[in-house]
Design a protein around this ligand. Structure first.
Ligand code: GLC
Length: 592
């Protein structure tokens, strides 16, 4: 019902301030003991997600895939990877989610398919110049016999962005070579994806996360390919529209078409774009005529520093206003080092965001000190600040447990193509450290026969990732190894501890829903002058109307010394408070 109201929010606008929980399906919960998380595992933990208080789940790809890029190499967009379940399992999961009041968002990967997708196989079989080949981006090579790639572009995962096929043509892949880029100038590609959007919408899916939404349209014609800048793939993005590969103005026509499909449903299907574009261009993707919402990655990029978060908030809100939408807040996802670790590493300005963290991972966590006490304290402060903001909050599985990055996964166990395929010998360790299966049950760890330094012997499933039934064969080891310290973060342990990160998330989510989201108000007032000491370089402080009356003030202290807690009733704090002051690296919500 379009006009059904929940507090001040209409049913069609559920997403505007939703808390969305990202599930990386292969690492969430393994229901059948084969070492891979699966769809029935999600169904099984629906009670956990409901108790956490999230409004929606977003599932990273669960489609048939050769896992050249963690599932982002899709073989069939309208099916479930048989290792993860069946379409019936999917329907059952959607039913369970809806019964728990949780919406379901699936990941659409439109920039590229798997090289095993039937369309790519047809393109290979049909040969140069064929209509089948025109669905992808094939070009002749340079050199006397076409033996050189069409130009020197390097893929996002390292190595050439062109791959040669048996008949001598080259195809473009901005990511792994198993992920050929589609040609969005071909109308058949448009039809194929509209069919996919309808397929999942018809199955009751509530929305879509659109992978690399800013990449689909390329300018490969305005000049000879070898005259484009060689660094086009990695060049920082401005708003000039001059990059031939990313954030092309023509991409918006695609999302206008998709909007028509979304609006065929009641309520209209929701979409959020992953577009790593200049903040000044985000609003274009989030327009109500297009996707409706776009990820704002400024939090995920920021160091632990008031000025960076301050700017991120101002920019996010301004962009949302420009698009007539709401913004999103994200600290972690399956592509970045977990924020509890990032905040515990040295906070120094670097040439690129996460340079310190990725360097630390590359050196197995040995190059810098990861101060976990500091990281945890800041992660607690950060989530309270984030959850007080208007707009949508995206939580990445495991952050509610306070998980740190697993920096020392042995190289021979890594799965990420950044590490294993394309980047060259031990150049980048990749993203597996945030994709390690979740620990559900501390007591489930079997008595070890032998331990590697940080990991179990790997012979059996550990920490309740797979259930162990009496008499049943031992489950297979998780696809990525869980370190022994995961035991301290297991769900059952945190559920029993009122001071755990999980307890903080649950309490804050409840309060946010009841006092902030329920008003339907998406405004915010920055309070630079909330306390005499509070300057923008030290605290982030803002106020929002509370459903039960008055204002909720949120103050996050990034400075080195304590600041006074504003007058009023303390509703929540990231650490216990004493003497009316808010210590460093802490956040408080006060009703004033
Ligand atoms: C997105 C995904 C990432 C994937 C890439 C290519 O950035 O989040 O995991 O590797 O697209 O599909």
């Amino acid at each position: 019902m379009a006009d059904e109201q929940h507090g001040g929010v209409s049913a069609a606008e559920w997403w505007k301030q939703a808390v969305v929980y990202q599930i990386y399906p292969r690492s969430f919960k393994d229901a059948n003991g084969d070492g891979l998380g699966d769809i029935p595992g999600v169904t099984k933990q629906m009670g956990y997600l409901e108790a956490l208080g999230v409004d929606a789940i977003w599932l990273s790809p669960f489609y048939p895939s050769n896992l050249a890029d963690g599932g982002y190499d899709v073989i069939d967009y309208r099916n479930v990877d048989p290792r993860l379940g069946t379409l019936d399992d999917f329907d059952e999961m959607v039913r369970a989610a809806h019964a728990s009041g949780i919406k379901v968002i699936v990941d659409i990967v439109p920039n590229h398919t798997s090289d095993c997708h039937v369309m790519f196989q047809e393109a290979l079989a049909a040969g140069p110049g064929s209509p089948e080949r025109d669905r992808y981006i094939f070009r002749p090579g340079r050199g006397e016999a076409g033996e050189l790639p069409p130009n020197d572009w390097q893929s996002s995962f390292g190595g050439p962005a062109w791959e040669r096929v048996a008949d001598g043509e080259w195809y473009l892949h901005l990511f792994a070579k198993e992920q050929p880029d589609l040609n969005w100038k071909n109308p058949e590609v448009h039809e194929e994806f509209k069919k996919t959007l309808r397929f999942w919408s018809d199955r009751g899916v509530d929305g879509f996360r659109v992978d690399v939404a800013h990449a689909l349209v390329k300018d490969l014609e305005s000049r000879p390919l070898d005259e484009f800048p060689a660094d086009a793939v990695s060049a920082p993005l401005d708003t000039s529209g001059s990059n031939p590969l990313w954030d092309r103005p023509e991409v918006h026509q695609i999302y206008r078409e998709w909007r028509e499909v979304f609006n065929e449903y009641e309520p209209p299907r929701f979409a959020v774009g992953e577009a790593w574009v200049h903040p000044d261009h985000q609003y274009l993707y989030a327009s109500p005529e297009e996707l409706g919402q776009v990820f704002n990655f400024e939090f995920a990029k920021a160091n632990w520093c008031a000025a960076d978060f301050h700017r991120a908030i101002e920019e996010g809100l301004a962009s949302a206003e420009r698009s007539g939408s709401t913004t999103t807040w994200v600290m972690s996802n399956h592509d970045v080092v977990r924020h509890a670790s990032r905040y515990g590493l040295p906070q120094v300005a670097a040439r690129a965001h996460h340079q310190i963290a990725t360097d630390w991972v590359l050196r197995d966590g040995a190059s810098y000190i990861e101060d976990r006490a500091v990281g945890e304290r800041r992660a607690r402060a950060a989530i309270l600040m984030e959850l007080a903001l208007p707009g949508s909050v995206y939580i990445y599985q495991g952050e509610e447990l306070g998980l740190f990055e697993v920096a020392d996964i042995p190289w021979d166990r890594l799965e990420d193509p950044q590490a294993v395929n394309t980047s060259g010998a031990r150049q980048i360790k990749g993203r597996d450290g945030c994709r390690v299966p979740l620990p559900w049950c501390a007591g489930d760890l079997p008595a070890p026969a032998s331990w590697n330094a940080n990991f179990g012997d790997g012979a059996t499933g550990t920490f309740g990732f797979a259930d162990r039934t009496e008499g049943a064969p031992a489950p297979a080891a998780p696809h990525l190894p869980q370190p022994l310290w995961f035991e301290d973060f297991a769900v059952d342990r945190e559920e029993a501890d009122p001071a755990s990160m999980l307890a903080l998330y649950r309490g804050a989510l409840q309060l946010r829903a009841r006092e902030l989201t329920a008003t339907g108000d998406t405004g915010l007032t920055m309070l630079e002058d909330i306390t005499p000491e509070a300057q923008a370089d030290k605290v982030v402080a803002f106020g929002r109307p509370a459903a039960s009356g008055g204002t909720i003030l949120c103050v996050a202290n990034f400075g080195e010394t304590a600041v006074p807690v504003p007058e009023g009733e303390v509703l929540l704090s990231s650490i216990p408070l004493e003497d009316g002051v808010l210590p460093r690296d802490a956040t408080v919500w006060v009703r004033a």
